[in-house]
Design a protein around this ligand. Structure first.
Ligand SMILES: [Fe+2]
Ligand SMILES: [Fe+2]
Length: 422
């Protein structure tokens, strides 16, 4: 049910059982059959009726969630939700949808709803309902029969004991089998997942967006897990890059955000592209210098906010990591821009930890031993495909402790660090 992994745990056992003895001895599960089964598990969520992609859940704030789903043809849609366990009467279900510029979302295959006003300390049961739009006239819209999605039960985002936990998956690069295989490794008692960029490699078609991003988010929701999607430098490329936001429910219509979970202020930052805007690869179509400066201004305001100052722990998740150890002449433009624009704010905002991605090589960057040079925070960088090398990172915050662990795909902890405050 909500916190279990009924299909995934046997899959992982299958990986370990089928791996050659030598690979198993080295802790390197690489079995193609298990990866294929895991991939099929995610793709099996695709529907062949009106509901083409079942609901996924995106975090909008500590007490607000966006729900997305897709229909096979233009439809309307709302979400029915309840926090009553067991048999719920019709009157126990509330309705939410989304509207923009005064118009309720409809007449599209992409469906959205924004949920507020629920108790974030309790599980949230929800299902999507859509009606095909048979005829859309100026003064009359005709609908077909309503269709309900499967129900998902999302775990509580807020805990009674004031603690918070989340996991970070990064650089999946369309290897969707990683979700069933990696997500169970850090345990099932975390609150949400952050997808930290390069989840979809250069999105070119709606099919790719569906299979590499929306179905994995729906798979997470089917396990009770809400998520936040952060762009990497590969989601800014490809013919679908400019349409990606249409499929997502984003806080304030932005790809970056700041939210409070228990004692932790969480910054979710968009690190943009890795090369200069003028690079020939971008065909004159990107404008990340200006975008990153806008985000820098937003971050400067965020770190002086009451919410930021009230938090015990300050954690950021972002795709491209800063790393003061790389000499300037060897540093790409993207990381240099991040360190120039965001670097001083990371220190001014007293960041404890940045969880990052992008390098396809796991690493831990400790605080700079020379405090006068800034960078007084840890950077934990996750790895990428193939499965033997892939990682999932987990962050746990309590009022007195902060802990980060990087889990390798064989379940061992490859790196960890803890902080304690009185
Ligand atoms: Fe990547
Ligand atoms: Fe990347």
């Amino acid at each position: 049910m909500t916190n279990g992994f009924p299909l995934s745990t046997p899959l992982l056992a299958m990986v370990l059982a089928l791996a050659p003895t030598s690979a198993r001895a080295q802790g390197k599960p690489t079995t193609a059959a298990a990866e294929e089964a895991a991939r099929a598990e995610v793709l099996a969520l695709k529907g062949d009726g009106l509901i083409a992609v079942p609901p996924w859940v995106e975090i909008l704030a500590g007490d607000s969630m966006g729900v997305g789903w897709m229909t096979a043809e233009p439809a309307d849609g709302h979400v029915e939700w309840t926090q009553k366990p067991g048999e719920a009467a019709d009157s126990d279900w509330r309705r939410s949808t989304a509207s923009k510029h005064g118009l309720v979302q409809a007449n599209s295959t992409i469906q959205k709803a924004v949920l507020k006003g629920y108790d974030p300390t309790k599980p949230l049961r929800l299902r999507a309902v859509s009606r095909p739009i048979v005829k859309f006239q100026p003064y009359k819209v005709e609908y077909g029969e309503p269709v309900k999605s499967v129900e998902v039960e999302i775990r509580p985002l807020r805990r009674g004991d004031g603690s918070a936990s989340f996991v970070v998956l990064n650089d999946v690069h369309d290897h969707i089998q990683f979700y069933p295989l990696l997500t169970p490794l850090p345990g099932s008692d975390f609150d949400f997942a952050v997808l930290a960029g390069d989840i979809v490699t250069d999105p070119m078609t709606e099919k790719q967006v569906v299979e590499s991003l929306l179905l994995p988010m729906a798979w997470l929701a089917s396990r009770g897990i809400p998520c936040f999607f952060l762009r990497g430098n590969h989601e800014t490329r490809g013919a679908m890059a400019r349409r990606l936001h249409e499929y997502l429910v984003l806080p304030f219509d932005r790809y970056y955000a700041a939210m409070t979970f228990g004692p932790m202020r969480l910054l979710l930052l968009d690190t943009g592209e890795d090369k200069p805007d003028s690079s020939v690869e971008y065909s004159g179509l990107v404008d990340f210098d200006a975008y990153m400066e806008d985000q820098r201004d937003w971050l400067a305001a965020e770190i002086t906010s009451d919410a930021h100052e009230a938090a015990t722990w300050h954690v950021a998740v972002q795709h491209i990591p800063p790393d003061y150890r790389t000499p300037p002449e060897k540093k790409w433009y993207g990381p240099t821009r991040i360190e120039t624009l965001f670097g001083p704010l990371y220190d001014a905002g007293k960041l404890d930890l940045i969880v990052a991605a992008h390098n396809h090589r796991a690493a831990v960057v400790p605080p700079n031993p020379d405090p006068s040079r800034g960078a007084q925070y840890y950077v934990f960088i996750g790895d990428a495909h193939p499965l033997a090398k892939a990682t999932i990172q987990r962050v746990d915050a309590t009022p007195k402790t902060l802990r980060v662990r990087r889990f390798q795909s064989d379940g061992t902890v490859g790196a960890e660090h803890s902080w304690t405050r009185p």
